[in-house]
Structures are given as C-alpha cells and as structure tokens.
Write a protein that binds this ligand. Structure first.
Ligand code: ASC
Length: 145
C-alpha cells in the first residue's frame, strides 16, 4: 500500500509541475489580453466619468497598457489555432494582415500613453476611442463571438 501512495504522490508532483511549466500560447495570449483589458478598462472608466480621474493612476495604466501591447503577437505561433480559443484560423492564413492590425493597435496605445503623461483628459478620451476601434477592427475579423 505504502509503495502505491509514494508512487501516487510522485506522479502527482511531477504532473502538476509539468502542467505548470508547459508553455501554452493560448493561456499566454489570453492572460496578456486580460491585463490589457483591465488597464484599458480603468482608463475608459475615468474618461467616461464612471471613476474619478486620478492622473497618476491613469498614467500608470497607460504605461502598463503600452508595455503589454507588445506581448500578444508571440502568443499566436503556428499550431496554436486549436484549443480553447476564440481566435479564428484566418489569423494564420493572413499573418501579415494580423501583424499590421496588431502594430496599428500598438501605435494608438503609444499615443494614448503620451497623452496620459501630458494629463489632457479630453484628448485622452478621444484617443481611448481610437484604441478601442483598433481593438475592435481586429476582433471583428479574427475573433469569434
Ligand atoms: C475593452 C475590451 C476590448 C475592447 C473592445 C473595444 O475594454 O476588453 O476587447 O475594449 O471592446 O472595442
């Protein structure tokens, strides 16, 4: 009995550490988008007056969003089209277009960070609209509902 218990324990430990370290592009890109959505949400709420405007918090979210916006692309390697994902297979059929849309989003996000650092909430609000539209243009084409 004891042998089996030890064996079970070993298998459990090994399989859980394997699950932890196994690279999973789908989980990776979802996590990145979660962080982006979180910080975009903070800024959008402030821009809409749903949350009190705090310049430091706004700047911080803009900086995080700008940094993290550079991360999703590597989460779409060939072979990661299958699994628990809303990413359409079209992404891998036209990766150039997907990359262009990603770059456009990154550029709009960079502008948002610059505006955030100046502290102009009116301009930031406009730019949030542009960022949101760049997110949407990619989702419309490459994300299932
Ligand atoms: C968000 C979020 C998105 C975008 C998109 C904008 O806050 O999670 O995917 O904004 O809805 O059109």
């Amino acid at each position: 009995m004891r042998k089996f218990q030890v064996l079970f324990l070993l298998v459990s430990i090994l399989s859980s550490s394997f699950a932890f370290s196994k690279p999973d592009p789908i989980k990776y890109r979802k996590s990145v988008y979660q962080i982006m959505g979180w910080h975009f949400g903070i800024m959008a709420a402030m821009a809409k007056g749903k949350k009190g405007y705090d310049r430091d918090v706004f700047m911080r979210s803009a900086a995080i969003l700008r940094f993290v916006s550079n991360l999703p692309l590597e989460g779409f390697p060939v072979g990661s089209e299958k699994g628990n994902t809303k990413a359409k297979p079209e992404i891998w059929l036209d990766m150039k277009d997907f990359e262009e849309k990603m770059l456009q989003m990154q550029q709009e996000v960079s502008v948002l960070e610059e505006i955030a650092n100046i502290g102009d909430l009116r301009k930031a609000k406009k730019q949030i609209g542009k960022v949101g539209r760049s997110c949407k243009s990619c989702h419309d084409k490459y994300k299932t509902k």
